[in-house]
Design a protein. Structure first.
Length: 115
């Protein structure tokens, strides 16, 4: 199983970024997918989750109305569209999947929101 995140970077407050997570090594369309983040000195937290077919999504209260999770099962990719970014969104963002026998994390992508 491999999860490879991309799309992070430095953005000004109020800006937008779209993160991508390319998955391989498992039947992507059968599994719910998750985005987590970890800010310096803080615990890793769930940001957003999406069901296997994409029909159901959940968000942390702190990102509701600003972030959108989506997936393309034909491309084995899950996305996180982040709008109206705030300095407190600064963190390393991780893709995560709960598998049948184990759970898997990507390597993470850094998002920095600063002027």
């Amino acid at each position: 199983v491999q999860l490879v995140e991309s799309g992070g970077g430095l953005v000004q407050p109020g800006g937008s970024l779209r993160l991508s997570c390319a998955a391989s090594g498992f039947t992507f369309s059968r599994y719910a997918m998750n985005w987590y983040r970890q800010a310096p000195g803080k615990e890793r937290e769930l940001v957003a989750a999406i069901s296997s077919a994409g029909g159901s999504t959940n968000y942390a209260d702190s990102v509701k109305g600003r972030f959108t999770i989506s997936r393309d099962n034909a491309k084995n990719t899950v996305y996180l569209q982040m709008n109206s970014l705030k300095p407190e969104d600064t963190a390393v963002y991780y893709c995560y999947v709960v598998g049948l026998l184990s759970n898997y994390w990507g390597q993470g992508t850094q998002v920095t929101v600063s002027s």
